[in-house]
Design a protein around this ligand. Structure first.
Ligand code: SF4
Length: 362
């Protein structure tokens, strides 16, 4: 079965104050050696079939055209491509029409913009470098450059966000040629500048964030974006194939510092160090699960999906679906899960407390 390929590009123009992903400022010296290391690592997977490729970061769109050409050459030499979905994450202020046209021609058929909001005061509060207008232009230019499958990321529960400002953002995006939206609730991470009294005391409180989330689900639905996962919405048929692999417990190869893999029945992670990645013949891989793909793990991931956990999946692990359905009845009465003859699905209200629901069911 074909697997996914994830390439972590750990470079950004500057560090956003809320972000705890592994990323550093791009230095041209490091870019070439980083690409060399990526290609070296491809070679170990010679002949592996892949049906999705995802460049995540960081900000992959800041790599040079030469770097992309080299990476795609390496991919074509080492892997067998099975009509892959090929996604790049992009920052709106790192692309113009020419870069987008290049990316499309180079092989990307899906682009995901880190927009977060179309309101300038909210973007400023997040320390983002782009404006709402730049985000709109980036999406329109991507379409003009030939991208049919365009996604944007939004954030919920951020400084200055209100019900009205969220409606404004949803209305703007509904006028754009988008096929997919990811909407994440802001989480204040320790060891980030955002973990300050000012931010903690001024972001919307827990109840307000819950209201914003339900509002986002409802308003996106009215604009034909169907929720298919806790934080993901798409037009029909445009679910992200690569990310579906994570929730369906399918295998993927991760390359680059801080990338994760689930391959050959093992889950492993690459240390968060660009130096170690560049200087090692092959990336160091720390196994964090020797026996993945258990029922518990599969059920936990499936329950993140709007389609939920099916009787068929339970039966494939010889687990009694009816027993789990019984446990779900009180949650069903509380409007947190839907239970039918062949599946259990968490509702939009339930998604707000999904971890405790999953813990009770599994
Ligand atoms: S652009 Fe994205 S990856 Fe880079 S610092 Fe900002 S949020 Fe983090």
């Amino acid at each position: 079965m074909a697997v996914g390929l994830y390439i972590h590009v750990p470079f950004c123009r500057s560090k956003c104050p809320y972000c705890d992903f592994y990323s550093i400022c791009l230095s041209e010296n490091q870019e070439a050696s980083y690409i060399d290391a990526i290609i070296r690592n491809f070679k170990r997977y010679n002949g592996t079939e892949i049906d999705s490729i995802y460049f995540g970061g960081g900000t992959p769109s800041i790599l040079s055209e030469n770097s992309f050409n080299r990476i795609f050459e390496g991919i074509n030499e080492s892997f067998v491509l099975k009509n892959p979905e090929v996604t790049i994450e992009a920052n709106p202020c790192t692309v113009d029409y020419y870069k987008l046209a290049f990316l499309r021609k180079a092989g990307f058929n899906r682009i995901s913009f880190g927009v977060q909001s179309f309101k300038d005061d909210e973007l400023k509060g997040l320390g983002r470098l782009h404006s709402g207008k730049q985000a709109i232009e980036a999406v329109l230019e991507a379409k003009r450059a030939g991208f049919e499958n365009i996604s944007v990321d939004l954030m919920l529960g951020i400084l200055k966000q209100t019900r009205e400002s969220l409606s404004y953002t949803v209305n703007v995006l509904s006028e754009l040629p988008l096929k997919h939206i990811s909407a994440y609730i802001l989480k204040i991470e320790d060891n980030t500048p955002y973990n300050s009294d000012y931010v903690v005391n001024n972001i919307p409180n827990e109840d307000a964030v819950a209201d914003l989330y339900i509002q986002a689900v409802d308003e996106l639905y009215l604009k034909d974006f169907i929720q298919y996962e806790i934080s993901n919405f798409s037009k029909k048929g445009f679910e992200c194939k690569h990310n579906m692999k994570y929730w369906n417990c399918d295998e993927y190869i991760g390359i680059g510092p801080s990338a994760h893999s689930y391959f050959n029945n093992k889950r492993y992670a690459v240390p968060k160090s660009i130096e170690s990645f560049i200087n090692s013949e092959l990336q160091e891989e720390i196994i964090n699960e020797e026996t993945p793909g258990t029922f518990e793990e599969t059920a936990m991931l499936n329950l993140r999906l709007a389609n939920g956990l099916s009787r068929q999946v339970c039966e494939s692990f010889s687990v009694d679906f009816n027993q789990i359905s019984k446990k779900a009845l009180p949650l069903n009465k509380a409007g947190l899960v839907d239970v039918s003859d062949d599946r259990i699905c968490i509702t939009k209200k339930g998604f707000l407390v999904s971890n405790s629901i999953i813990a009770r069911l599994i």
